[in-house]
Design a protein around this ligand. Sequence first.
Ligand SMILES: [Zn+2]
Length: 698
Amino acid sequence: MTVPWYEKQLRILHASLGFARNELPTVDLVAFARDVKAQNYNAQHVEYSVSWDGENRIFLFQTDQARAVPRDVLKEYLPEAHKLGIKVFIYVNVHWANKSFIEERPEWVQRKVDGEPLTGMYGGKGTAPCVNTSYLPWIAGLIEEMGSKYPIDGIFLDGPCFYVGTCYCPDCQRLFRERYGVDIREVTTEQHPHWPDFVQFRYDSITHFNAVCREALHKHVPGAPLYMNANGLHSGRWNGRSNRTLIPSQDILGAEGGFIFYGKPMDVPLWKVSGTAKYLEAQARGKPTVIFTAVGHKPWEYPLTAPEIKLNTAATFAAGANPWLGGYQKDLHDPSLIAVADELGFFARHEEALSGTASLAETALLWSEDTADYYGAHMPEIDFIVDRPQAKQEFDYQSSFSGGYEALLRTNTPFAVVDNVGVEAEGALRGMRTLLLTDAACMSAATAAAIREWVRAGGTLVATANSSLYDERGRQRDDFLLADVFGASYVGPRGLSGWDQIQLSAAARARHGLAREDIPSPTYQLRVRALPGAEVAARYYEPTESRYSGKPDVSADPAMLYQRYGQGQCLYIAGSAARHYWTYRIDEWHKLLTFGALESPLLQVLAPSPAVEAILRQRKGGSDWVVHLLNYTGGMERPIKRIVELGDVAIRLRQAKDPARAEALRAGVPLRWRREGDYVVLTLPKLTHHEAIHIVWA
Ligand SMILES: [Zn+2]
């Protein structure tokens, strides 16, 4: 069976044509195609319209729908790209419309509950079209027309999406009433009983839009891929994008994991790209994944530093995805883009060894989509937000997940992201030895049952706070669904801690290798009752009155419980420990949250810096392994301006076989190895921002 071209390694460029409006007629398209090829891209997004200030029917191909066609770019460019072996996705903006465009078609605009159109896109005057209006047949018609007239290879939809406070347009009103028998204008808050229907309605609407556009594409270009700007590592409900709902309508799953800087760079996780790539892999059902990296450092279109953009590209490939670099044609010769070209060249040269791989991680971090949607999570800054939602800090799942990711990264062992659908329906826990639930509050009975069976069969579970206390639509239960596994029964919230501590038992200190008896309390505390058989591993102190008041007595309330469960074990923390770690990085919490991950791991990296993400993957259908090391060590600031190179990095692999061959592909050298019991130990003399070590077993 031949593999479709878009399932092989993709190196995608999106370079908008012409930065100034008057540049477009003079852009040298032949030279542009040569640049794209010379910079090691094998695919690109080419715009079908001029989208400055949003869609305004100024098209770059001949159609009766155009207000103006300043240049037939598709006719000129597609043959040039194809001559050089570059596949072209047509970039179709479907999330941002120019004010004048929408004044002509007011029935297409997204409307707020008071009937006023949405405004303020990107801080400007633009608005957004609604996917449920007759805008859909119009855009599908354009896609069909492009497919009938031009040799296009695929379609990329930028958007579509809803925004906070939309959409209550007449078409959404009609469809919602038909489906749920309710006036959608009544459903404006999370407290409304039809709120879950409102969320699902938006997910289904966006998915329907994609399916119709894909059908239109296939009329003249059967089998061509279509994909959209899908959901990143955050709640999808604000934009109406659920990857799990969308995936049947997508040929590729892609998201903006590499749009890193909007505000203060130091606040952005070092692992935003790798984390998003792992998350997409968990939801893609085996389809290819793409991480979008903005060349632009926001709020301007100023290029990212070379180390940041090289790390973005390397992290994308390392975590099993394909990169898409987005910027402007004018920036193609910027030093940072030249650095990316070099990076792409490395991965292109080693495509055979590095692509078509699957994760070998034995530790899993759960991303609970239901918790992000129905419990509470702040929204990181992204392109598709006009008003940014926040969450009450005690219910901020986004930060809890981030704390878990950060803690696992710094074990320097591999871990995967799994989601609730994967756990309950796709066997995502198969082969996993450790699972971390960071306040995964909303959980279905099927997910809980799968986790319970997995622990019983020998898994190590670490869970915090309200994990499994709510159902999948955010309704609180009387007790944790996993109470038997936690060894803890829910009593109620205990309160917020200002200065509190918890006291660890001697047994817990011995088990986790901790010296101190007292450590800072999670900020949000739960009151739980220990179930028979569970060991109280820590207790809360009574509340501390103020920062410098005397030490209070130890309370009767367990702060942590440990128990054996079947062949497995569980450490339950009755508070927001993962979010606490994300904020304060207390070392004891690092050790507790990562319990089990360092128990004879399949891969462990010992480097002079802990800021090294270790990724282990295996060739699908093969037996050779690839170890990726991502070195985030910079000058203790972001953007990273210079990577601190690391010497003598030890790579320990649990494997009975000896390597027939082990090569550091970037350094271009074979690696020496030695055996230490069950482990093969390789030594890498120098680690730059990234290395890929290819190991063929004897
Ligand atoms: Zn609408």
